[in-house]
Structures are given as C-alpha cells and as structure tokens.
Write a protein that binds this ligand. Structure first.
Ligand SMILES: [Zn+2]
Length: 185
C-alpha cells in the first residue's frame, strides 16, 4: 500500500464499504480515496479491478458515494429518500455495463464492460446500494452510535442490535472511552 494515504475500512457489504471511504463524517472527516489512483486501489480490493481512473471519474464516484450515504441514512431513520440522491444512484446503476459471471468454483465475479470501466464498477456499487436500501436483502440499515461517525451500515446480525459501523474502530473507541470514564470517575 502506498505510504501516506489513509487505509481502507472494508466491510462485507460493498455499498457501505464504499461509503466508508469517507469516515468520521461528523468529526474530523478522513477522505480515504483522495486521488484517482486510490479509487483504483479500492476497486481492486473490492473485486472491481479497473486499469485507470480520471479525476472526472473520481468525482462521479464521490457523487455516488455521498448519494448512497444520504439515501441509506434516510432509510435507516425511516425518512423519505432524498430525490437527488435517488437520481444519482439510478443514473449510475443504469449506465454500468458490468456482467455477473459464475466461476467454476461457484463464486460470483464481476466482469466489467471495458478495461478502464470505472462507470461499470460504479454501476455494480449502485445496484448493491439499491439492494440494501430497498430492503430486498436480509438485514437492516442503521446508523453508527459514535457521534463523530454516524455512518450508515447494514446490520446482518440475528438480533439486529449492532451499534457500530465497525467493531475495530468505532466500537473499540467507545469501549475504551467507557473504560476510561469508569476508572477516572
Ligand atoms: Zn462508526
């Protein structure tokens, strides 16, 4: 991994892993795809390898990311979905030309329409977002309990009582803060 760039927060759900490329949205926000190359890196580790990315495509990606975040936040709080966000998600979904292919091992892979297919990759992410926001997939959208984070995440736990977007970061910080408070106070 190139030095000097923030690492990725990868979860098991594509769309919310993507929105987690901007973290601490309600605190000191950390941009984890600050350059086109870092988006290329993120797509590669997410099973959507592309050869290149332009500054314009990075802008498209960030627009989609913020639209998914806005729509997922609304869905998590049972608010009406913001129309501009829905439009962006639908546009990206409609313009992607990726195909799902089945490997001989029985796994799903994505085949992008062209080598530098950032738009195709964004189409896959948009479709994934539609799957979780529409309630089509088994799980529940919720907001991280950390006041500086408030990320939307997809809770697939059986009890649907997960509180943090990520146990290793937000969850851990909360636990440490509680431990500290108990031992000081
Ligand atoms: Zn969080």
């Amino acid at each position: 991994m190139p030095a000097g760039f923030p690492d990725f927060r990868l979860g098991s759900v594509l769309a919310t892993s993507f929105t987690a490329t901007l973290t601490e949205r309600c605190g000191d926000a950390v941009e984890r795809i600050p350059t086109p190359q870092r988006l290329v890196d993120w797509l590669a580790v997410s099973g959507l390898a592309v050869e290149s990315c332009t500054g314009e495509q990075l802008e498209l990606a960030r627009e989609l990311r913020e639209s998914i975040h806005a729509a997922a936040t609304a869905a998590a709080t049972q608010a009406a979905l913001p129309a501009p966000a829905v439009r962006v998600i639908n546009d990206r979904s409609a313009q992607g030309r990726a195909a799902a292919v089945l490997t001989p091992e029985g796994e799903r892979r994505w085949r992008l329409g062209s080598a530098s297919g950032v738009e195709d990759a964004l189409g896959v992410i948009a479709a994934d977002a539609i799957g979780i926001i529409s309630g089509e997939r088994d799980g529940k959208l919720a907001l991280c309990a950390s006041p500086t984070c408030r990320a939307a995440f997809f809770d697939t736990s059986q009890s649907r009582t997960r509180r943090w977007c990520d146990m290793n970061t937000c969850g851990n910080r909360q636990k440490k803060a509680r431990f500290h408070a108990k031992n000081v106070g």
